[in-house]
Write a protein of this length. Sequence first.
Length: 306
Amino acid sequence: MHLLSIWDLSREEILKLVFLTEEIKYGYIDVEGVLEGYTMGMIFEKPSTRTRVSFEVAMNQLGGRALYLPTSTLQMSRGESIKDTVKVLERYVDILMARVYRHETLEEMAEHASIPVINGLSDREHPVQIVSDMFTIYERFGRLSRLKIAFIGDGANNVARSLVIASAMLGLNIYVAAPREYWLPEEELERVSRLASENGGVVRYTEDPYEAVKDADVVYTDTFVSMGMEDEAARRRGLFLPKYQVNMDLMSHASQDAVFMHCLPAHRGEEVVDEVIDSEYSIVYDQAENRLHTQKTIILYLLEML
Ligand code: CP
Ligand code: NVA
């Protein structure tokens, strides 16, 4: 089994990963050393702090090893095919994780791999981030139902897309505030809206950040300029600022016990101000810590050891 998209998981599997993460984090399941002799290959086309370090530490704590393989050091950078790269790497390692620009690169890797391939972020999705965030939300609220999540910013980026799909699967109410050209394409929106209503939730895109955050339990944002989109930076900042910045005024419209979440890295002063990210609302460092616990669950689940 591969994990390239939230669509690769069922609602039951997301919940299972969340509950198993709780057991692993608090030591109810002892996983120390279970991956002795196992190796993960981690291919990176772009930078990473959390994803790289949390996967590597997770493998170490499970008794295995992780190899950091930036593409600039692989023969891929000199034209070796994805197929040959994967067919060779799978002779050495047991599981692959890749962070790529084009989602199609991951699909090609998965097509040729007989070992699990994990999406460590592509231009389309960030599924491992969102599985972890669902655990963080569960940990905070004690449930994954009857919650309103507001995502403010680029409503069509990798993090937003994975968050919207997972919320629809779980029947959460997800409101996304973004300029219209940064909404998910119509067809995708219809699909997730249908799914949400089947599960008792809603997906709503709006241009009004106040409508999105009104009584929200979670206010979530991400960069306006994702990696690989740097040439659009000025235009994006012009469109998103100041309307879609998460500041104290916007937060004050959320529910009283609302939390602020951000996958990080944050661009303080752009999508969020210091006052919010450093406030009592903010659970961004818990969120980052939980990546470590969730990576263990994801690795063990894909290796069919849980
Ligand atoms: N949130 C996240 O994936 O962070 P990195 O880019 O540091 O891995
Ligand atoms: N949307 C961001 C997420 C970084 C973890 C990006 O793609 O750069």
